[in-house]
Design a protein around this ligand. Structure first.
Ligand SMILES: [Zn+2]
Length: 92
């Protein structure tokens, strides 16, 4: 796609809302999505600019282990009789 040169166009600064010649606006250093004038230009944050991204990959990864469904609960010691309410059929 071709664009017009913009040599005769005007544009509005995204930060101060003043009108400037289109070619005088530039991408902001801190937020490149903004088109700003010379006075509104903000330098990129030196901390963010010089920061190395955090490492995320493991050096020696291992394959995933499948987690099976645990076996049903079986008490090792049976419940003592008479401590629980009798079942509905009249038993103890
Ligand atoms: Zn401005």
């Amino acid at each position: 796609m071709r664009y017009a040169s913009g040599k005769n166009a005007l544009a509005i600064c995204d930060r101060c809302s003043q009108t400037y010649p289109y070619l005088d606006l530039m991408a902001d250093g801190a937020n490149p999505a903004l088109r700003v004038c010379q006075d509104c230009y903000d330098d990129p944050d030196p901390i963010i600019r010089n920061r190395e991204p955090d490492p995320q990959a493991l050096a020696h990864p291992r394959p995933d282990v499948r987690f099976d469904v645990p076996p049903p609960y079986v008490p090792l010691i049976p419940d003592p009789p008479g401590q629980f309410p009798p079942d509905e059929e009249g038993g103890q």
